[in-house]
Design a protein around this ligand. Sequence first.
Ligand code: ADP
Ligand code: MG
Length: 697
Amino acid sequence: MLDTKIEFLKEISSEKAKILKSELNICTLKDAFEYYPFRYLSKENYQKISQIDSCDIEVQIIGKIISLEEKGSGKKTRLSAVLKDDSSLIELIWFNKISWVKKIIKLNEKVIVYGKPNFFKGSYSISHPEIEVFNFSNQKLNFSMQGVYSSNEKLRSRYLNSRGIYKIINKLINSYSMYIDETLSNEILKNLKLISKKDAIINIHSPKSKLLLKHAKRRLKFEEFFFIQLSALIKKKFTQKKLKSYKFKKIGYFFNNFFEKKLEFELTNAQKKVIKQIRKDLNSGKQMNRLLQGDVGSGKTIIAIMSMLIAKDNGFQSCFIAPTEILANQHFNQVNTILSSIGIKVNLLTGSTKFSMRKKLFNELIDGKIDILIGTHAIFEENVKFKNLGISIIDEQHRFGVSQRSKMWSKNINPPHILVMTATPIPRTLAMTLYGDLDLSIIDELPPGRKPISTLHKFDSNRLAVFEFIKKEISKGRQIYIVYPLIEESKVLDYKDLMDGYESICRHFLKPDYQISILHGKMKSKDKEYEMERFIKGNTNIMIATTVIEVGVNIPNASVMIIESAERFGLSQLHQLRGRVGRGVDKSYCILMSSNKLSNDAKFRLSTMVKTQNGFEIADADLKLRGPGDLMGTKQSGDLNLKIGDLSSDFNIIKYARYEAKKIIKNDPKISHIANKLILREYKKNYSDKIYWSKIS
Ligand code: ADP
Ligand code: MG
């Protein structure tokens, strides 16, 4: 029943069904029930106009519209209404969709108005509030708590504002809630004192009491995390139990030779620990599936190199995959320089590898003439075949979809070992959930001698002083990055900012005293390589770039990172960019440039950057600020589409969910006990198809 398409329900007009589908992806009854409110209103939440004293929170007012008039003309036409309650007056303004607002509003009729206040020229007003006639039916509704749902302009124009959505869902619940089935076992419900699924759904939309709302949330969050954990554990079990992989028994000539002759530094204790964990995995006969997490600059590349050497010592090929061409090139140059001298054949495959080269490379790969293939996404493609791939390493995993790593599994008869690396520090709760099927290694120590990076926030008006500072650093032989936001490479405006910036820098830093490189996504890859090369060699002093250099780039002599329009970057991006400096022995700086006008969020981001260099603290702040749905990496991978769970605050629930999921896997590995019947049904129905290995097995 819950899979019934909402367009077939008599409670919803086909027009509304259509727009709910296109705007909110609500197709079935189940989808509607799971479109949860993000907060609640109750009668206590009505405000007096005179009490409004902030622009940060929405208000709900009951009053009468005492005047209504269109102001301005043409495109600037706006509709202005004055709302009066028994305490004061406030202006309501609409800039578009004026005609349908005019249709709703009648002078001197009692209305409920809901929206976020603005403060302008000494008084409050509300733009584009939701407005509804106050009548008997919604008066009744307002006696219980009711959900507030996110909506948008398009939905609002079809009367599907928050209240409209609420009414629809409420109607559906009245007619169909008896079809909501339980999904958890009695034992779990009892042990954790959870309310039934049906009661939870009813009370998440219109809670009968605050206590019931709390229970409803707890129940639904638990369920969400429980099934995610359960599928992660099943995946893990599957990988551990079934998948034989190649046993790398020995540490031989190549590893030892590298270790004794080529390694220029002593490994940190954390690196040693990780290498040990990896060696053990590789020698176990079962497939390694390991996530290596280490903050920017903690030295993950060397771990990748050493793992590939172990493969070579045991007669296997390996590959090393990076998210950008620039990074793939860098890895290739670094690895090739070190390893070709000890007789290892390294090659590079990226999107811009020429067709004729590709053919040769593919042949060499399948003949086993190439030991290590380094490259980008191109390596995932099906036509890239190896003779005997033993290990596949994915750098900056958060830039790839989580499921992409499974594409490597089919590249040998047995699946090769998999090591994924990420610098974006993921809060522990997220790691447990998103990567629950991987074993975790952590490098929690930076190489010795690193000096902390001084991070400063400067306004655009200080630009000249910043330029003076750059000149001083260059005179000491240092190199400088200046990064411009170019979130999507095609954005014309961003591109103009970058070019304007470039010209202005060229005017201040005149040749021949200063040499400048520029790097952005629109350039041909040959030109990118050329510019990168000049900077690496120290032939240029300043590198003007977009976020193409965000991850992985390692140029130890570059010690100043200037980030332009820093307010436009997310926290983890800022942290990654800052990680490009502080890689050598010199004192390093990160300067965040911004305009004077900053939103509260932007202020928080910039001050967090100034305050801490700890990746985990930054990740936590990021999580608080943006919510997990938007956290870098999760959005891209799309794997963690949480409907109600909150990774930053639900740690306890996650812990219990994991505990219960583990118990099931231990006591009833096939989930075949009659007591777990409901769990199995829900798992099969809504979770098992998300398991990517089904394609492979
Ligand atoms: P990331 O973890 O961000 O990928 P890299 O692997 O690029 O970091 O390493 C950053 C820099 O630190 C490189 O120049 C690398 O050679 C250097 N490095 C790595 N490990 C050590 C170590 N144990 N001692 C000194 N320098 C190291
Ligand atoms: Mg790296």
